[in-house]
Design a protein around this ligand. Structure first.
Ligand SMILES: C[S@@+](CC[C@H](N)C(=O)[O-])C[C@H]1O[C@@H](n2cnc3c(N)ncnc32)[C@H](O)[C@@H]1O
Length: 363
């Protein structure tokens, strides 16, 4: 009773409202994915404003279901409601984030991954007791697809024109014919973008996940490329393929159970004098305090971490479990130097989510 009396009723009301918003956001992940699957966002963005009958009619859907979907989306603020005309519309910004896969701000992949981990609640609770996390494959194909979608813009639109030219002499070497390993390739969007741009070079996409490799095989087949091979490094280690001119990793090191071994393997697989490792990893501060007070995406990224990234990094009994924000700039530099790299550069790339590091064997 005394505890109840100490509660500030105004603050309690605010907290309940805030928490209710979190739960609404949880429902919104599933409801927005339905909207994505059915084309509701795309239709509304392209041809809105619509009332529920108009939107349902345009897509051949049941009006009652579309009406309730619109009511939820309007109340959560992803869709605009005009009470005078009883119609719904999307702002250009909402359209970019929710309806335009080719836009850099498109975030439907994050919804996909978030919903994919909902069934993992019991297993994750177990992980807190045993310490052993879930692997990428444990979360199934939708989680991998969501991650693939989230990173698609950088791989398809920025990697070849913007990032490769930052590596001294690399564009010319790739044009002439070089050997590249894309480690932790996931759905191989990065491998495909490079292989399309540099047909004289050969590319090997490595991934330890069966789900990722299946996805990569399908994407490579669709792209119709003959200069990509896909391998699981647990069957065929990097070094078995000789020396590479370039190794790339896109959001892999913070996820992998043994980052030190991965970096050592990358170092050993690179050609002696002029090999480079281009490493994309998550942008964050060096300390939790800074992430807590200054990182605009910290809550989202720690959410990814508990359910997917740290979990994957702890999916073996002695895994490092760095976590989504755990491979910081300073850690990248010190782990790279410890593995034998002598050159380290933090590349200047404008990206709110990722940092880019370039490692070399000469300074
Ligand atoms: C966050 S996903 C990124 C996938 C892809 N690079 C992208 O950006 O879309 C990390 C990937 O790294 C893979 N991975 C983790 N550790 C690995 C290792 N030691 N060797 C190869 N792949 C690894 C995982 O299976 C997963 O597919």
């Amino acid at each position: 009773m005394s505890e109840v009396q100490q509660i500030d009723r105004d603050k309690l009301g605010l907290f309940v409202k805030q928490t209710g918003g979190m739960v609404a956001a949880g429902f919104n992940c599933a409801i927005s994915l339905v909207g994505d699957r059915l084309g509701l966002f795309k239709e509304l963005a392209a041809n809105g404003p619509y009332d529920s009958e108009g939107l349902a009619g345009a897509l051949g859907l049941q009006e009652r279901w579309v009406r309730e979907w619109l009511h939820h989306q309007a109340c959560i603020g992803q869709v605009e409601y005009d009470a005078a005309t009883a119609t719904f519309a999307m702002s250009p910004e909402a359209a970019a984030v929710l309806a335009q896969p080719e836009h850099p701000a498109f975030l439907m992949g994050a919804y996909e991954s978030a919903v994919a981990v909902f069934p993992a609640v019991e297993k994750l609770a177990d992980a807190f007791r045993t310490g052993l996390g879930m692997s990428y494959d444990d979360h199934g194909p939708n989680c991998a697809c969501g991650i693939e979608q989230m990173g698609a813009f950088t791989k398809q639109q920025r990697l070849v024109p913007e990032l490769i030219p930052m590596i001294p002499g690399m564009r010319e070497r790739l044009q002439a014919g070089a050997k590249v390993a894309d480690v932790g390739c996931g759905g191989a969007l990065s491998t495909i973008a490079m292989a399309q741009a540099f047909p004289n070079s050969t590319f090997i996409g490595y991934d330890t996940s069966t789900v990722a490799l299946d996805r990569a095989r399908a994407n490579v087949a669709e792209a119709g490329l003959a200069n990509i091979a896909l391998l699981n490094p647990m069957d065929e280690p990097l070094s078995a393929q000789g020396q590479f001119d370039l190794v790339t990793t896109f959001d892999v090191v913070h996820d992998t159970p043994y980052p030190d071994r991965l970096i050592a393997d990358i170092f050993a697989s690179l050609s002696a004098a002029d090999g480079y490792w281009l490493c994309e990893d998550i942008k964050g501060f060096e300390s939790f305090s800074e992430n807590h007070s200054q990182h605009p995406l910290a809550a989202l990224l720690y959410g990814f971490s508990v359910t997917i990234c740290m979990s994957s990094g702890l999916s073996t009994p002695d895994g490092a479990g760095l976590g989504t924000l755990g491979f910081t700039r300073n850690m990248a530099e010190s782990m790279g130097l410890a593995a034998g790299f002598t050159g380290f550069q933090h590349l200047e790339v404008d990206n709110p989510m990722n940092n880019y590091y370039l490692f070399s064997k000469t300074e």
